[in-house]
Design a protein around this ligand. Structure first.
Ligand code: ZN
Length: 136
């Protein structure tokens, strides 16, 4: 758990491009985005997956997920928004701290989860600003 990169981001020990946070949650841009505007929501309290997360944190993550979906639609105007949440390596989970992906999707764009290419910091910062401006 001391090696958990998302816990390091919550503590501010690892860099991220945050979008918003509250008592229970933090949202930040995915460093390996599937599309511009791909954002993650995590509980601040460590939980590996949906089997471990406490219901209060899960509800908070869901609340922010909906706000971010509205923000993505306003900021990026995609044809759709994919919300994806993976539990266990067999399901494709690679960071074992609960997280929900919000991914802008356009008609005809591939649903494959590859390739994952690390985005430039200036791109991530720009998308975070666009998303922040579109919230509330
Ligand atoms: Zn963690």
């Amino acid at each position: 758990m001391s090696e958990c990169v998302f816990c390091s981001i919550v503590r501010g020990d690892a860099p991220s491009h945050p979008v918003c946070e509250d008592e229970f949650t933090l949202a930040f841009m995915d460093r390996f985005p599937l599309a511009p505007g791909h954002v993650l929501v995590i509980p601040k309290q460590h939980a590996s997956n949906i089997f471990e997360i406490d219901p209060e944190s899960l509800a908070a993550v869901s609340r922010i997920t909906q706000q971010l979906a509205h923000g993505i639609r306003k900021a990026f105007d995609p044809d759709g928004v994919m919300v994806m949440q993976l539990n266990g390596a067999a399901a494709g989970q690679t960071v074992f701290h609960y997280h929900a992906h919000l991914i802008p999707r356009d008609q005809g764009s591939s649903l494959t989860l590859q390739p994952r290419v690390e985005a430039q910091d200036h791109a991530l910062a720009g998308w975070a600003s666009r998303l922040q401006a579109a919230l509330d």
